[in-house]
Design a protein around this ligand. Structure first.
Ligand code: SAH
Length: 347
């Protein structure tokens, strides 16, 4: 007989309390089990030591705990750790721990594969297989928090949704996971330490603003010229820069939170002064900063990092115009853990 038991972590606290009441128990029992599932990240009903044996058996008869499993962990020479994460249906995603002197950042996935088609990204080649559930996102964070405590002797400090997938195309589950991560019953982390990175889905950026999400927003811009952006990120045809700009203005008017633009400069694609000028102009619409990120080759030879002169030209032009710019070197390249390289090669 096929196992049709429900994933207990799909239940809200209220639903769990109601379940216990319907079983003739106290609603408080629901609270206790909820704490085991979320605060204490229990993997098995038998871990729930303050719950009676009979109740644990009753839970086993009705539910399963669908937990992720870190299948393979790779450590880079620069300290970066990549986890290949097996999901309950045997699909795999990847998440990355990025250590610096003072911080540990978790880079987590939101989808198996990706629904978008950025030409320079390894994940895009996988296509979207499914959205991750809130608990699958949350578990990646817990796994990295544990690794941070184990290997770096400190808790996780920041989270970026820059792993596999487009978080705003899995909006509800990502926001449910953020709720759990920030809630005192989960990890109690400040939403200010969480960054959602998007390729730019205007409608969902507005929704994020309307929902008063306190997280930070990063946008993978890569070009401020429609004709160029559409060739490297074809969905730009559907969500052109004008719509993106309008949604970002809306986001800022509601949240007063500065946006980060992620930007790669490629040889013969966006390395001219005209490209840099377009970026400067785009940066004037909403308070922002620019992260110039290094390109990590994905082996198809269509994209090449621009010369350092071109990157310097961008940096100078942005700085002359009073725009904050950082140049970010990638981490974890030796284990294919860098931006845009997550493609389940380790699985
Ligand atoms: N879909 C979201 C989050 C995942 S990608 C987004 O697009 O923002 C995380 C970051 O890695 C994005 O800024 C993306 O543009 C960048 N990226 C993708 N492929 C890359 C590559 N090959 N080298 C460097 N960065 C890459």
């Amino acid at each position: 007989m096929k196992d049709k038991k429900k994933d207990i972590r799909a239940l809200t606290k209220q639903q769990l309390q109601d379940f216990f009441v319907s079983e003739g128990d106290k609603s408080f029992r629901g609270t206790q089990v909820y704490e085991w599932l979320w605060n204490k990240a229990a993997h098995s009903f038998d871990d729930m030591t303050n719950i009676s044996k009979e109740t644990r058996q009753m839970l086993k008869d009705n539910f399963v705990i669908n937990h992720i499993r870190v299948d393979r962990m790779q450590r880079s020479s620069d300290g970066t750790i990549k986890n290949a994460v097996k999901l309950h249906d045997t699909l795999t995603v990847e998440s990355v721990l990025i250590p610096t002197k003072t911080r540990t950042t978790a880079c987590v996935s939101s989808q198996v594969g990706c629904s978008l088609d950025c030409q320079f990204c390894a994940t895009a080649k996988l296509k979207r297989m499914r959205n991750l559930n809130p608990d699958e996102i949350y578990d990646q964070v817990v796994a990295i928090d544990n690794e941070s405590r184990l290997y770096f002797d400190r808790p996780l400090s920041n989270i970026v949704f820059m792993g596999m997938g487009e978080p705003l195309m899995n909006y509800n589950n990502v926001m449910k996971a953020v709720d759990k991560i920030t809630s005192p019953e989960g990890l109690g982390m400040s939403p200010k330490r969480i960054t959602i990175s998007t390729s730019g889905v205007p409608k969902m950026i507005k929704k994020l603003a309307d929902d008063e999400a306190k997280i930070k927003l990063a946008v993978s811009l890569h070009s401020a010229r429609n004709e160029v952006r559409t060739t490297i990120m074809p969905f730009n045809e559907t969500f052109p820069l004008e719509d993106l700009r309008e949604s970002l203005e809306y986001w800022y008017s509601k949240t007063k939170s500065r946006i980060t633009y992620e930007y790669i400069v490629w040889k013969d694609i966006n390395d001219t002064r005209e490209d840099a000028q377009a970026l400067v102009k785009f940066c004037k619409y909403v308070p922002c900063k620019v992260n110039l990120i290094e390109y990590n080759p994905i082996d198809d030879g269509n994209f090449q990092q621009a010369t350092s002169q071109a990157t310097d030209m961008y940096q100078n032009m942005l700085e002359r115009n009073g725009i904050t710019v950082t140049v970010r070197r990638s981490r974890g390249k030796d284990i294919d853990a860098a931006c845009g390289q997550l493609a389940n090669k380790s699985a």
